[in-house]
Structure formats: structure tokens, C-alpha cells
Design a protein around this ligand. Structure first.
Ligand SMILES: Cc1cc2nc3c(=O)[nH]c(=O)nc-3n(C[C@H](O)[C@H](O)[C@H](O)COP(=O)(O)OP(=O)(O)OC[C@H]3O[C@@H](n4cnc5c(N)ncnc54)[C@H](O)[C@@H]3O)c2cc1C
Length: 351
């Protein structure tokens, strides 16, 4: 028997999951297709959101809008599922050079970013474990989503409620018709593609100019470091409990696969050994491919000819921070007819 829904969502990474929940909470019927193994990107993500671009000490794009929205959104998801996967977490910035510290102090009085940059410099931050002769400070407003738990908890909810088919998606089974779109035994008004960098294989949307970047992280065991702060000094160290820290990351634009490499492991471990005074043990390593667009903005919208097909993708390096705000933005466009922001609308790629 045919199942009727408002939306089929293809992909249950962070983008597809956040969009599915946004539609469900607004009373829409959804069905998700994802086999949970084709792209590991969201499951590898550290899940940090950082309001600051460290190199230039400027505000991250739309941080003032995205962060409060995401903060409220993930707390609401926790209540909806009765689970815990979201925490506010300070980012401790350890200075590597004197001019870096001087620049920070100057910028911490600059109105455009001062609400995110602490003015306090701590001369000693875990000095027995961390090399920090120049002191440390912290970023305010940062947070962390335990992404793999978030995805698993939602996956369980979707499966329990018959809303998810755990299988490989086959583009050849997409049929457009007068009521919208049909996929296997499901009829929907619209099908939204959220398959991460695999959109490059999508016959309807392969014209979106992706510039995917593989990234790797290692998990290390380090004793006696704080468990409520993300430490940053060239690499980030995210505490995940039991003295374990996720440390990353790398960028590779050529080898687009989820295979961990020795080269990346050595690169991260070398940077970490410059931060720590103590030895560490590597216990795991993971890789994923970020769905970045060449202009580093999300790619959202409906197909120019087949308006029952849409895309919610291009979250790049910031899927955790971007997806909540833009899923609401897309929902309002789809259901209330509001316009999409030009910076994220896929119409920007059409000549
Ligand atoms: C090392 C690393 C660290 C990162 N750290 C952060 C961070 O700290 N903060 C942050 O905000 N972002 C971070 N990111 C970026 C973030 O991971 C991405 O922005 C985000 O995961 C993109 O999510 P997505 O749902 O678009 O894609 P994906 O996560 O790739 O999801 C796509 C889904 O579609 C499924 N799929 C694809 N093709 C098929 C098919 N044919 N059939 C069935 N299923 C299919 C996949 O299995 C997957 O479940 C990091 C990325 C990497 C690699």
C-alpha cells in the first residue's frame, strides 16, 4: 500500500535530521531514507560551535543569529526526545605567540566581537599538562552537540514511529507526477535531498558547485584535564568523558572518502605533542567528507524546473550551527512562501 507524506527526506546526517524535526514539529508528515553508512561526516563532527574565526578574530558568519537559534533548538530537541546531548562549553584559547595575545587583547575591546572574547588572561592553565607560557583566555557563547548521540536518538525515534527506511537511496526510483513525487511506495508533495557531499552523484542537483573537504580526527586518552572546556591551540581538544578527547582536524580536497589515514593521524598527533607536556595514547581515528560549497555558504532551495524536488545541503564545516536556523528558514519558504536569503539560495548558481 502506498504511504502518503508531505516530505520525503533523503539523508539523516545533521542536515536531514534537523530539517525532519523542524517539519514534524510544524505538523508535517515526513519519511526519511538513509542507510547510515554512506557518509560519516556528521558522525565524525566534533559538534562544536564557535562564534569566532580564530585567525582573524572576527565574528563567524551570522553568529549573532545562528547561535541563539541553535541553542534554543537543541534544548527543545532534548526535551522532545527526553535525552541529553547538548552543552554550553567554553573554548579555552591557549596563546602560541605574543602577537596573538596582543591582537586578542585589542580585539576584546572591539564592539563587533567583544561580547564573545574574554578580556581575562589566565597566566596558568593546567601548567603541568599544557605548554602555555603566554597564558590562556576563553571564547564566550560556544557550545557542543554530541552529534552521534543526537543522530542515534533521532534515528531510534524515527524507526519507532515508522518514519525511516534504512536502505540505500536509488535516484532511479524517483518519479515526478502531478501530485508531487513518488519514491518506491511513498508519495510525497516534495522530496528534499540532504545526502551531504554525495549530492555530487545526484542527477537533479549535481550542478551545485561543491568543494568537499575530507577531515579527520583522532581520539586520545589524556589524564587530569578539565572535562567541561574545549581547549584550542592549533588543534581543538574536545572532552568526551573517561579521560578521552577528540582532537582535530585536517583538510584534504583530493581524497574524498571516509578512510582514516596515517598521514592525518601523524599531522594531528604532531600538533598535539606541541600542546601537551605529557604523553598521550591514540585510541581511535575517524574521517568524513564535509559538503562545502565553493562560496562557503549553504545550498538551499527548490529545483528550478522540478519544484517537487529540493535541496538542504552545503553545510560545510558548520553543519551543527547552521542547520537549525536554516531549516526554519527553509520551512517558512516551503510552507509560507517567504523568500530565501540570496546568500543561501541555490538560484545563485543559475546563469
Ligand atoms: C572531522 C570533521 C569535524 C567536524 N567538526 C564540526 C564541528 O565541530 N562543528 C560543526 O558544526 N561541523 C563540523 N563538521 C562539519 C559537519 O560534520 C558537516 O557540516 C555536516 O556533517 C554535514 O551534514 P549533512 O547532513 O549535510 O551531511 P552527512 O553528514 O554527510 O549526511 C548525509 C547522510 O546521507 C546518507 N547517504 C548519502 N548517500 C546515501 C545513499 N545513496 N543512500 C542512503 N543514504 C545515503 C549518509 O549515510 C548520511 O547519513 C566537521 C566535519 C568533519 C569531517
Amino acid at each position: 500500500m502506498e504511504k502518503q507524506v508531505d516530505y520525503i527526506i533523503f539523508g539523516q546526517g545533521i542536515a536531514g535530521t534537523v530539517l525532519a524535526y523542524t517539519l514534524i514539529k510544524n505538523g508535517k508528515k515526513v519519511h526519511i531514507v538513509d542507510d547510515n553508512s554512506i557518509s560519516a561526516c556528521s558522525r565524525v563532527a566534533a559538534g562544536n560551535f564557535n562564534p569566532i574565526v580564530f585567525k582573524r578574530l572576527v565574528k563567524s558568519w551570522m553568529a549573532d543569529e545562528l547561535i541563539p537559534f541553535a541553542d534554543h533548538f537543541y534544548r527543545e530537541c532534548e526535551q522532545f526526545l527526553n535525552q541529553k546531548f547538548y552543552w554550553k562549553k567554553e573554548i579555552v584559547k591557549i596563546f602560541a605567540e605574543e602577537n596573538e595575545r596582543d591582537f586578542w587583547l585589542k580585539k576584546s575591546s572591539d564592539e563587533s566581537v567583544s561580547n564573545y572574547l574574554s578580556k581575562n588572561i589566565e597566566s596558568e592553565f593546567f601548567p603541568d599538562i599544557i605548554h602555555n607560557p603566554l597564558g590562556a583566555t576563553f571564547v564566550k557563547g560556544a557550545a557542543n552537540l554530541f552529534v552521534s548521540k543526537y543522530l542515534d536518538d533521532f534515528r531510534n525515534y524515527f524507526i519507532k514511529n515508522g518514519l525511516l527506511s534504512s536502505e540505500k537511496f536509488d535516484y532511479q526510483n524517483v518519479f515526478l507526477n502531478s501530485s508531487g513525487v513518488n519514491y518506491k511506495n511513498i508519495q510525497a508533495k516534495k522530496l528534499i535531498f540532504c545526502e551531504g557531499y554525495k549530492i555530487m552523484d545526484n542527477p537533479f542537483f549535481n550542478w551545485i558547485p561543491l568543494k568537499p573537504a575530507k577531515g579527520e580526527v583522532i581520539t586520545v586518552k589524556i589524564k587530569n584535564l578539565p572535562t567541561d572546556k574545549i581547549i584550542n591551540k592549533g588543534v581543538y581538544m574536545l572532552p568526551i568523558g573517561d579521560d578521552l578527547f577528540i582532537v582535530g582536524t585536517t583538510y584534504d580536497w583530493n581524497n574524498l572518502n571516509d578512510e582514516p589515514t596515517e598521514k592525518a593521524r601523524n599531522e594531528i598527533a604532531e600538533k598535539l605533542s606541541k600542546v601537551l607536556k605529557v604523553p598521550f595514547e591514540i585510541v581511535d581515528q575517524q574521517a568524513g567528507v564535509r559538503p562545502s560549497v565553493n562560496d562557503r555558504r549553504p545550498a538551499i532551495g527548490l529545483h528550478p524546473e522540478h519544484t517537487s524536488l529540493g535541496v538542504f545541503n552545503g553545510m560545510g564545516t558548520k553543519g551543527v550551527m547552521l542547520s537549525p536556523y536554516f531549516s526554519e528558514h527553509f520551512y517558512l519558504h516551503l510552507e509560507k512562501g517567504t523568500s530565501l536569503d540570496k546568500e543561501v539560495n541555490i538560484s545563485r548558481f543559475q546563469k
